[in-house]
Design a protein around this ligand. Sequence first.
Ligand SMILES: [Zn+2]
Length: 217
Amino acid sequence: MNLLAPDADKALHKLRSATEEAGGKLYVTEVYRSWMTQDKAHKDYLSGRKKAFVAPAGESFHQAGRAIDIDLTGLRGLASESGNTLLDFWNIAMKLGWRPIIGSPDAWASEAWHFEYPGDDWKYMVDFAPNKVAAKSAIYDTGQQDPMDSPQAAMVKFVQSQCNRLIGMAPGLLWLEVDGRLGPMTQKFAYNLTGRNISNIENLAADLSAMSNKSIV
Ligand SMILES: [Zn+2]
């Protein structure tokens, strides 16, 4: 099953057109992964069955429908001035909001094939927080959760994900770990955004969810 967040889906169509206009092809090999698929792929990586790095479940933008893997052979046709077709593709992709996950355009590097689309919702988090925290926030934002979460932990993690999504509206506050614990940082962040104490977590979650949905431009 291939699923993307609606804004990432639009951005993927643009990426495909722009790549083809430049003479290349966009072969997408992987998009959405469920919690269980990610978990299995990570375990295959740990056991050596899969060579390429696979993030643990809960830490990949694939699970939020905001990551794609591509087959780099499709880029061969790009009219390259630099001689590095991956660099040419980076230039196309980054203009459209897609981000590579590796530091320099080396087609032989592990994860050279992996691109993410944080969109407006997660643009602050990917700049300021560790990638895995941004990814976990984006996953919980979609309503998914770790099958091992208690209902209370899942609710708190959802609250933390919404705080992180709204971090652009909370100057001076640091991003939160999405750990399911109602610590002072989480309480302060939530109170700052909503004026609500954490005594009723359901109401708080609903308030934050409404705020982050309104913040979509
Ligand atoms: Zn990937």
